[in-house]
Design a protein around this ligand. Structure first.
Ligand code: MN3
Length: 203
């Protein structure tokens, strides 16, 4: 098998009460697990099995026609979820500090404006997808959203933080209340991890 689901660095219940243990278990083991299983099924035995998940999320369009959909959807799903688990965690939330906070102030008009825009992007994504804080090619922060398992990398933007707004990310606890899930999400953002991605992307 070329691709594997990374272990969570915290227990399933660690994000309670904001994200419940059962959602984490199903989301990580079953949903992420299915993206990885389908990706392996499609790419094992081809040269593309050696690509990184990041390569696939950025350059799926370069694959042969027969493999494109699998690379885009399952490769994207693998990359997006691997990133998601890294950027949330227990004892998190609050606000960023340092250079990231300064960039949010300068580029997005401050933390409250960032929050408003990210929530708006998450609520405005019809159907399934993600809302993102990204670093653009102009090295400025921006808020974008992508459908399904697409990723900002394919649009030459570096994803710094992503929030999964597929129903599977919140339905067990929040049912149709995506706004409540998004509000809760701010309590699990690991800003230290986001700041590290920002520093790396800027350099
Ligand atoms: Mn998901």
């Amino acid at each position: 098998m070329s691709f594997n689901v990374p272990d969570l660095k915290y227990p399933y219940e660690a994000l309670e009460p904001y994200i419940d243990a059962e959602t984490m278990r199903i989301h990580h083991d079953k949903h992420h697990g299915a993206y990885v299983a389908n990706l392996n099924k499609a790419l094992d035995g081809t040269e593309f099995a050696a690509w990184t998940p990041e390569d696939l999320a950025r350059d799926w369009i370069k694959l042969p026609e027969a493999l494109k959909a699998a690379a885009r959807n399952n490769g994207g799903g693998h990359y997006n979820h691997s990133l998601f688990w890294e950027l949330i965690g227990p004892d998190s939330g609050g606000k960023p500090s340092g250079a990231l906070a300064a960039a949010i102030d300068g580029d997005l008009g401050g933390f409250d404006a960032f929050k408003t825009e990210l929530t708006k992007a998450g609520l405005g994504r019809f159907g399934s997808g993600w809302a993102w804080l990204v670093l653009g090619a102009d090295k400025k922060l921006a808020i974008v959203s992508t459908p399904n398992q697409d990723n900002p990398l394919a649009e030459n933007r570096v994803p710094l933080l992503g929030v999964d707004v597929w129903e599977h990310a919140y339905y067990l606890k929040y049912q149709n209340r995506r706004a409540d899930y998004l509000e809760a999400f701010y309590n699990v953002i690991d800003w230290k991890a986001v700041a590290e991605r920002f520093a790396k992307a800027k350099s």
